[in-house]
Design a protein around this ligand. Structure first.
Ligand code: 5GP
Length: 138
């Protein structure tokens, strides 16, 4: 399996496509998922090019996991969630749809079922407000 330089997340990392950015440093970009499975669904995207976990450099994983934890904690506070799910998919049969490594942070609200993976597009104003609230708590 090869890495496609023109996948959507590579384009966002290169600034060729816009996103609702929460945070960025030299190793990763954090942004809101525009087809969220719950309110506050956030993606952590390492900048290093890899298709998914299977071909990632272990150094990339070491660098990004503390950020995944920070985002999960921020999501709990910013959305007043009851729990949080961290997900990561590898290859299409496992549910991967964008082939650049990323981690999902999905707030869970008691009694509220999760939306479908890659379901309806969220309102941009709501995503912008959530990105701001998340950024304030990172
Ligand atoms: P995967 O299925 O590869 O684990 O997750 C890809 C995620 O990217 C999905 O949750 C989907 O909603 C999200 N997504 C797809 N296209 C875009 C986009 O253009 N911008 C953002 N922010 N998220 C996207």
């Amino acid at each position: 399996m090869t890495y496609d330089q023109n996948n959507i997340f590579a384009k966002i990392l290169k600034g060729e496509m816009s996103c609702h950015k929460v945070y960025e440093d030299e190793t990763a970009l954090v942004m809101m998922d525009i087809f969220p499975q719950s309110r506050g669904h956030t993606l952590i995207i390492p900048k290093a090019s890899s298709r998914n976990l299977l071909d990632a450099d272990p150094a990339t994983l070491s660098a990004v996991m503390p950020l995944v934890q920070r985002v999960a904690r921020a999501a709990m506070v910013a959305t007043e969630a009851d729990g949080v799910r961290v997900m990561q998919f590898n290859e299409a049969p496992a549910g991967q749809t964008v082939f650049h490594l990323h981690f999902h942070v999905i707030p869970i609200f008691e009694g509220v079922p999760l939306g479908t993976h890659g379901g309806g597009r969220a309102d941009d104003a709501e995503l912008a407000a959530l990105a701001k609230a998340m950024a304030a708590r990172l």
